[in-house]
Each structure stands twice: as structure tokens, then as C-alpha cells.
Write a protein that binds this ligand. Structure first.
Ligand SMILES: [Zn+2]
Length: 502
């Protein structure tokens, strides 16, 4: 079976998970589930990056030790992933001992190969981003990533010979424009190294919370070297032997926020080459959310609390909205008005209503059973075309487009109900015609359930069950051919997937 490896970034543990974390993880879950129904053997990794400097500070402020502090945060992540129906295969913590040991081995290996040397580093330092910056990188004297003040710092540090890899990176980027997506991020990363690429400081003094450099206990390993290798230690890489990683490497796609695209697109391939491993196939960066047109800020009350949204609308509606509302890869705006419009309009009125009225009519006119397949079909052609388009869009991570294709099936089916008016046909005694319409609706709903499964797994399963079928997650996309639903299946009397909310 062909393999597919998808990852989220590992998230900082200096605070509880928010909308941004939920977004990336839902997207990864959608990809993982889609690849499974496509027939791939999938590995989906998520986890937490626990050695960031901000943890030391946040733990101190909370009167806790760093490990106590991160344990609580990790728990919150895991609980949210359960609430959001995230079906990951592994949750890695960078404080896991196998990871720490492997990262030390990696550092030792690079040092022994002459790819890490001791030097002195001086530069502008952004504490929240844990990044040294050059003069040219500053924007109005401030950190280009977070916009905060930077300070001049100098310290003894170990350096990774990143500069050695500039030509090889150039070749990778030029030969593979898909390596970083969307295109704007490809250009950003390419411009970052194309003229000059400096060696990278990969150790920190005066930091206790981190993985110690194996041969120099005064230093801990730079958090990005530690963190990036999670994608490999999670699949059994021991830090010594490139063959120890299992055959899910190279990863098919690393999903990242745009603010960390550079680390994944530039530093990461170089670090992998340094230990004799291949670069990942793709780094895909998504955009940021504004809330009601403004920057997300807890103090301004401009904040989306995932638990509250799930409690009110259900997890599937939240998953649906985030991937439907904007183009993956671009920035988007989260507004209550738009959420309600999509919930009541698309989920309740269009999709939910189609499902419910089909079941009610099946009961009224066909004894609650799927009728026989008619010789000709009004919807078959549209549905088969849309399934194909859906698959293309999903492969390109154009989730909103894939949902649009699915929605055109729903719209066509609703139109068929309105145009054919089964209740009139029944009154006129045209039973065969009623049955033909009902079959088309059942089959359209079955296929819709499969297409929506990656986005809304539990609603999709409920619909599937209501049609007398079982375990939509085991169905393959190949089975979305028209005419597979069998005559005589006992269906549910009704189904309210998305109750309207005022
Ligand atoms: Zn910063």
C-alpha cells in the first residue's frame, strides 16, 4: 500500500491551544482522512514543542516547574483534539526521552562530521521568537515576525554550517516549485537564502530548559534543531543511523503556519542532508485568521474559544467552517455572522434538510427502504463529474473548492426534489416515478457522505447509518461510482444533522 505522511507543527506549550492550532490540526486531520479513503497507508503526527524559552518564563510566572507547566498544557491539547475528532497516529512531546536522546545523537553526529563548530554570536535577539536577527532582517528596528522590540546580544555558541548548503537549496527550490506552497511562501523562502545564507547558531547558553549539548553541558541545543527533528524521531529515527527511520520518510507534507515556513523550508532540508537523510516532499504554509476583521487578541476580547464553539454548534460545524470559509494558504477572517450564515444556510438548510426530507419521503412513499435502481438517472453525470473534481481539489489542498464541488451535488439533489415534487407524483399514483427520484436522492446522499467524511466524520457516519449503511470510514473513494447503493436497505425515519440556531 502506498504511504502518506502528514504532520502538523509541534505546538509551543507556553499557553493553551487556540484557533490557530485547531485550524492546522483540523486541516491535517482532513488530509489524513482523505488520503485514507483514497487508499493510502497514512501516518499523521502532531505534538508539542516543549523546550521553548517562553516556557521557562511562563512556568515561573505560574509558580510551577517547567515540566509541571507543560504537562498541564499538553493535557489541554490532547483534550481539544478529542473534542475536535482529531485522529492522529502519534502525539510526540519533545520532552519524551527517546526524542531527547536522538537529538543529542544528531548533534554529536553533526559535530563529529565537522558540520558544527564553536563560535561567537552577536546579533539582534527577539526573545519571544527565540531568534537572532541581522540588521537587514529588522523591520523598523523590530522583529519582522512578531513586531516586538529586539535587543543586542552576544554569546558563545555552536554553529551549524548552514552556509554549506546554499547551492543545494537553490537547486532544490529551482527544480521543485512545489517544494514550498503556496507560491508566495516559496518566493519568500527562496529570497531568504538566494544571495547569502549564514551559519546557524544551534546552541544557547544561560538556558536551562532544553536538551543539553552532549559534550558541553554549559549549552542546550537550539530549540529549532530540537523541534524540527521531531518529524523523524517520531518515526523511530535514532539520531545515528539514517536507516533507523521507518519507511514513512520522507514526509509527504509538513503543514505549517506561514510564520514558521522559513524554518521548515530552509533550515530543515539542510539539517536533514547533514545527517544523510532526504528532504520532505512538501512544506505547505497556511495563513492567519483575523477575528471580526481584526487581529486575534484575548485582551481585546477578539478571541475564538474552540470549546465554546464546539459546545454550541458541534465539532463538525466548526471543522467545516474553518476549511470552507477561506482558501487554505491565505489569510482569512472569522466572523460570527459568516459562521451563522454557513451553519444555518449550508449545513442546516441545504445539506441537513436534503438528508432529512429524503428520509421522511422514503418512509412515506417507499416503506423506508431504498428503492430499485432506475434505468436512467438525472444526477449520475453531475455526481460523477463532481467526485472527480473533488478529488483533484483535495489533492491540491483546496479544501473550500472541494466543498463547493460537494455542495453542487447537494444543490442538484435539492433541485431534483423541488422540480419533480415527489408528493405530487405520489398523489397521482405514479409510484415508479417516485421511486426513481428517491433512488437518485439516496445515492447522491451516500456519495455526499463519503466526500464529506474527511471534513465532518461524525455527521457523515450518522448520515451513512441513516441510509442503512455502516462505517463510512472504511469506504474508499473508488466506491463513489454511481449505483452502488443496494435496493431494500432499511433507512432511518428522520435525521437532524444540524439543528437551526437563531
Ligand atoms: Zn519576534
Amino acid at each position: 500500500m502506498k504511504k502518506f505522511y502528514v504532520t502538523t507543527p509541534i505546538y509551543y506549550t507556553n499557553g493553551p491551544p487556540h484557533l490557530g492550532h485547531a485550524y492546522t490540526t483540523i486541516a491535517a486531520d482532513v488530509i489524513a482522512r482523505f488520503k485514507k479513503i483514497q487508499g493510502f497507508d497514512v501516518f499523521f503526527l502532531t505534538g508539542t514543542d516543549e523546550h521553548c524559552q517562553k516556557v521557562e518564563k511562563a512556568a515561573k510566572e505560574a509558580g510551577k516547574t517547567p515540566i509541571q507547566f507543560v504537562n498541564e498544557i499538553v493535557q489541554q491539547y490532547k483534550e481539544l483534539w478529542v473534542e475536535l475528532d482529531i485522529e492522529y497516529d502519534k502525539f510526540i512531546r519533545t520532552t519524551d526521552s527517546y526524542h531527547e536522546k536522538a537529538v543529542q545523537n544528531i548533534f554529536q553526529q553533526m559535530y563529529d562530521a565537522g558540520l558544527i563548530y564553536k563560535g561567537k554570536y552577536e546579533g539582534w535577539y527577539c526573545v519571544p521568537c527565540e531568534t537572532f536577527l541581522t540588521d537587514s532582517q529588522l523591520v523598523n528596528g523590530k522583529c519582522p515576525d512578531c513586531g516586538r522590540d529586539v535587543k543586542r546580544e552576544q554569546e558563545e555558541s555552536y554553529f551549524f554550517k548552514l552556509s554549506t548548503y546554499r547551492k543545494k537549496l537553490q537547486k532544490l527550490f529551482e527544480e521543485n516549485k512545489q517544494f514550498v506552497q503556496p507560491n508566495s511562501r516559496w518566493h519568500e523562502a527562496y529570497n531568504f537564502f538566494k544571495d547569502e545564507l549564514r551559519d546557524l547558531s544551534v546552541s544557547r547558553k544561560n538556558v536551562k530548559w532544553g536538551i543539553p549539548v552532549p559534550f558541553d553541558k554549559e549549552h542546550v541545543i537550539y530549540v529549532w534543531l530540537d523541534a524540527l527533528f521531531n518529524y523523524l524521531t517520531a518515526i523511530e529515527y535514532d539520531g545515528k543511523n539514517p536507516k533507523s527511520a521507518n519507511n514513512f520518510w520522507p514526509a509527504d507534507v509538513h503543514l505549517v503556519g506561514k510564520e514558521i515556513a522559513k524554518f521548515h523550508a530552509v533550515y530543515w532540508p539542510a539539517m536533514l542532508w547533514a545527517v544523510g537523510l532526504k528532504e520532505p516532499k512538501q512544506v505547505y504554509a497556511h495563513g492567519w485568521w483575523t477575528i471580526e476583521g481584526d487581529k486575534m487578541s484575548k485582551s481585546k476580547g477578539n478571541y475564538v474559544e474552540p470549546h465554546a464553539v464546539i459546545a454550541k454548534y458541534g465539532c463538525d460545524a466548526f471543522r467545516y467552517f474553518l476549511l470552507r470559509e477561506n482558501t487554505f494558504g491565505e489569510d482569512g477572517d472569522y466572523s460570527q455572522k459568516s459562521f451563522d450564515a454557513r451553519y444555518n444556510g449550508e449545513l442546516a438548510d441545504e445539506f441537513g434538510n436534503l438528508a432529512n426530507r429524503t428520509l421522511v419521503m422514503l418512509n412515506r412513499y417507499c416503506n423506508g427502504k431504498v428503492p430499485p435502481k432506475p434505468k436512467t438517472s438525472k444526477l449520475q453525470k453531475t455526481v460523477e463529474e463532481k467526485v472527480k473534481l473533488y478529488e483533484d481539489k483535495m489533492e491540491a489542498y483546496q479544501f473550500n473548492r472541494a466543498l463547493e464541488e460537494t455542495w453542487s451535488i447537494i444543490k442538484e439533489a435539492n433541485k431534483l426534489v423541488n422540480d419533480s415534487e415527489p408528493w405530487k407524483l405520489a398523489k397521482e399514483g405514479k409510484q415508479k416515478e417516485v421511486e426513481n427520484v428517491m433512488y437518485e436522492l439516496c445515492e447522491s446522499l451516500r456519495i455526499t457522505a463519503v466526500l464529506l467524511y474527511p471534513f465532518m466524520p461524525s455527521s457523515s457516519e450518522r448520515l451513512y447509518n441513516a441510509l442503512g449503511l455502516k462505517e463510512v470510514k472504511k469506504i474508499k473513494l473508488k466506491q463513489c461510482k454511481w449505483g452502488e447503493i443496494k435496493e431494500g436497505k432499511q433507512t432511518a425515519e428522520k435525521l437532524v444533522l444540524f439543528p437551526k440556531i437563531q
